[in-house]
Design a protein around this ligand. Structure first.
Ligand code: VGL
Ligand code: ZN
Length: 207
């Protein structure tokens, strides 16, 4: 069985948002079209409390893009984003949500970031995602969304570790590129780890 996983297509990651992915909005019609090809669709949402440790604003004197150590883990500091209940945390109103079977919330613990839709960055706490997909008999996971060089990247890596046959839909993702070359590097890494990079038009060939 196949599933489509749509990562963090939330207002703060779209143009005009607090942590905007350049041209992030361009993937939304691609994703809406892709959804027609799947019987199981899951979305994730970044869902931070205002005191989240990944926000530069919670580290006096530090600015977005700086790095720090958060509970023993390397942490990039981000602008405030996806604060629980804020408009920036909403899924885009342009995204068709009527076909979603499940929405996974992540990043609620202020002490640890959670890029992957499967695990927190310390790999200590698991979301419901793997259990849900297993229950549904999913073997092949097609991944889309934002950002290619952060949450999509970590989600793809975890999917591979969990032994899903993992596809990244390259025209249905975009990177934030906090540092130049981040997206290129992430795509290269995903490929090297075993992800299959395909375009949305190739999806049926792999189902
Ligand atoms: C993300 C940075 C911080 C993402 C989430 O969804 O890619 N990026 N939090
Ligand atoms: Zn975040």
């Amino acid at each position: 069985m196949n599933a489509l996983l749509i990562v963090d297509v939330q207002n703060d990651f779209l143009p005009g948002g607090n942590l905007a992915v350049p041209n992030g909005d361009l993937i939304i019609p691609v994703i809406n079209n892709l959804q027609k090809k799947f019987n199981l669709i899951v979305a994730s949402r970044d869902w931070h409390p205002a005191n989240h440790g990944s926000f530069a604003s919670n580290h006096p004197g530090r600015k977005p893009g700086d790095t720090t150590i958060l509970n023993g883990l390397d942490q990039i500091l981000w602008p405030d984003h996806c604060i629980q209940g804020s408009p920036g945390a909403e899924l885009s109103s342009m995204l068709n949500q009527s076909l979603f079977h499940k929405v996974i919330f992540k990043g609620s613990n202020p002490e640890v970031d959670s890029y992957s839709a499967f695990f927190d960055n310390g790999h200590k706490i698991e979301t419901e995602l793997h259990h849900f997909l297993q229950k549904k008999g999913i073997k092949r996971l097609f991944i889309a969304g934002l950002a290619a060089d952060v949450c999509v990247w970590f989600t793809v890596k975890d999917a591979l570790k969990l032994s899903y046959e993992t596809f990244l839909i390259t025209d249905a993702t975009k990177g934030v590129n906090m540092n130049p070359g981040d997206t290129e590097n992430a795509l290269k890494d995903m490929k090297q780890e075993g992800a299959i990079l395909i375009s949305s038009e190739q999806v049926e060939d792999f189902m």
